[in-house]
Design a protein around this ligand. Structure first.
Ligand code: NI
Ligand code: MN
Length: 226
């Protein structure tokens, strides 16, 4: 059984088999977040798609608070490590079995700057394929539509897909991304946090049609999948 909770923007908590991880924990300063750091329960790990402030977010404070491991691309993990967090560096194409589940990093086309870094860590953004609670979740990260997504076709239970446009895919390309991956469930993210990424999730749902079950989560809402 997987329980997935949306906390606004691109932040999700995944729970299964008695473990809990958070992806892209942008809570402080996130206009769409339903909770602050004080109400986030203890996590086992923090998974990061990239170093932009709206994804790196509270990763380092959470990792320090909970003794949780930050899992990210090698350079971003190194940055977090130099700031006092326990880290596990990986890279795109690599997978690793952690106590909470399996993580594989996959390509994403986006910017690599790290919030708070002086420029000494050059990073690649990534997507995350996480297997936990018997389900496989694909968090695309911030990305363009890319043919690499087709490599995941039929291998994903829940796809977390940006629809906000401007910085990432918009609805048009998000629908094509769902066609590429063919997940059982698609959940839109990275929209309506600010005006510049305003999008209509119902439009996304209509256009995905019967290709996947689109589940629209408001911040604070959860999906249970068994
Ligand atoms: Ni970004
Ligand atoms: Mn972003």
């Amino acid at each position: 059984m997987l329980t997935l909770t949306f906390h606004g923007h691109a932040c999700f908590v995944l729970e299964g088999d008695g473990r809990r991880v958070i992806i892209d924990p942008f809570l402080t300063g996130n206009p769409a977040a339903d909770i602050g750091l004080d109400r986030l329960p203890k996590v086992d790990a923090v998974l990061l798609s990239h170093g932009h402030g709206d994804h790196l977010g509270d990763a380092i404070p959470i990792a320090k608070r909970d003794g949780a491991t930050i899992v990210a691309t090698f350079e971003l993990a190194t940055f977090c490590g130099t700031n006092g967090a326990i880290v596990h560096g990986m890279h795109i194409g690599g997978a690793h079995q952690f106590p909470f589940g399996r993580v594989k990093l996959v390509p994403a086309f986006h910017g690599g700057a790290v919030e708070g870094d002086d420029g000494s860590h050059t990073t690649n953004p990534c997507g995350l394929v996480v297997t936990l609670g018997g389900k496989t979740i694909y968090h695309t990260g911030d990305t363009a539509l890319t043919l690499e997504m087709k490599l995941l076709e039929g291998r994903v239970d829940v796809m977390l897909v940006p629809i906000g446009d401007n910085y990432t895919m918009g609805v048009d390309d998000a629908v094509r991304a769902v066609e590429f991956v063919r997940p059982h469930i698609a959940i839109p993210m990275h929209y309506n946090t600010w005006d510049i990424i305003r999008a209509d999730p119902e439009d996304f749902r209509r256009r995905v049609g019967n290709r996947a079950d689109v589940v629209i989560l408001a911040p604070g809402q959860s999906l249970k999948h068994s």
